[in-house]
Design a protein around this ligand. Structure first.
Ligand code: TXA
Ligand code: MG
Length: 323
């Protein structure tokens, strides 16, 4: 059930129910971060392996030290600059955070979501919320209440309707090593923005990623339809001629394919707008009964890097545990 009733959401969450939660990035599948019953439900409904830890959502920076400890000054600087917002920290966890949340690690992921409904909800609860993206394991993340409803229907208490997600891709995840900022997952906050506050950041090399690292699954965010990513859409159109093709393009339509099978992310080449439209475009193309979706690689700067990361993962054939 999709509803705007925050009080109803509060009731579900107070009784260990789980709900679809709007955030500025994507919808989350939320439950009480301190109750293993609720957390188990999230893993079960999402069919997510329990070795993949969850993000804890808090209502404000004042709650950070209730969840994490040994917080370096640079984390506070970044929080002051970007919270509420699409930036998640990996920090040493407080002992009372359930092991199920952190997949038995001694670190916890934490952020303050920048969505008025999520914040209003968190302010009415006396616990933080764990919320992975509200999609079945490896599927496309949801950016509208209907996406969540279509995935989970009555398996969850409700979907709290907060409209379309503004950022449209997941938060950027960073950790701290000797006061250096290490990027674990590219996301809705561009690295250039973080670097303005922290100085240069280290991007975790794909090969370095341990199975527990964020977004470590090669295949992720994937449509059911075959999906390829390319710099050269013209060439791929020739290769796949005869097939029913859909196109996911950056800024302009191509004459070779009927317009209704093409989605443009931003005519103005605005990367922020492109990110906000990305997952809905993938959901839409996936519903068109196509043989193949050909996606165009975006420019490699700013949010273009994060969008390309998602497109790359969507184009992988198999679920693999290392990158
Ligand atoms: O924008 C977002 O971050 C959304 C919204 C709902 O807040 N949430 C989201 O959660 O994307 P999820 O579970 O789909 O992705 C969280 C990522 C996972 O890849 C997980 O491995 C990583 O965060 N993660 C969580 N805790 C971690 C930890 N302690 N150490 C390393 N990675 C962690
Ligand atoms: Mg996810």
């Amino acid at each position: 059930m999709i509803s705007k009733d925050i009080n109803l959401a509060v009731q579900h969450l107070n009784h260990n129910g789980i709900i679809g939660l709007p955030t500025e990035t994507v919808y989350g599948l939320a439950g009480n971060a301190f109750e293993t019953e609720a957390i188990h439900k999230i893993f079960e409904v999402k069919k997510r392996p329990t070795f993949n830890p969850l993000i804890v959502h808090i209502k404000g920076i004042e709650d950070l030290d209730k969840v994490a400890t040994e917080i370096p000054p640079i984390a506070y600087e970044l929080a002051n600059a970007f919270w509420p917002g699409p930036l998640t920290f990996i920090l040493k966890k407080q002992t009372h955070i359930p092991d199920l949340v952190t997949a038995n690690q001694d670190t916890v992921a934490v952020r303050v979501p920048n969505h008025p409904i999520a914040l209003s909800l968190l302010n009415q609860l006396d616990f933080p919320l764990v919320a992975p993206s509200a999609n079945p394991f490896t599927s496309i993340s949801p950016t509208r209440a209907e996406h969540v409803e279509n995935y989970f229907g009555n398996q969850i208490g409700m979907v709290l309707d907060g409209g379309e997600c503004e950022a449209g891709i997941e938060s950027t995840i960073v950790g701290f090593e000797n006061d250096r900022v290490v990027v674990y997952r590219l996301g809705a906050l561009a690295l250039e923005e973080i670097e303005k506050v922290s100085g240069s950041v280290t991007l975790l090399n794909k090969e370095d990623k341990k199975p527990i690292a964020p977004g470590m699954l090669l295949k992720h965010y994937a449509p059911k339809t075959d999906f390829i990513l390319t710099r050269n859409v013209h060439e791929k159109l020739e290769w796949y001629s005869g097939k029913k093709i859909g196109l996911l393009l950056f800024n302009s339509y191509l004459p070779q394919i009927e317009k209704k099978y093409q989605i443009i992310l931003s005519e103005e080449s605005d990367l922020k707008l492109a990110a906000s439209k990305l997952y809905n475009a993938m959901h839409q193309l996936d519903k068109m009964n196509l043989d193949i979706i050909i996606a165009e690689r975006l420019p490699e700067y700013g949010l273009g890097i994060s969008i390309n990361d998602r497109l790359e993962r969507a184009s992988k054939k198999d679920t693999q545990l290392t990158s």
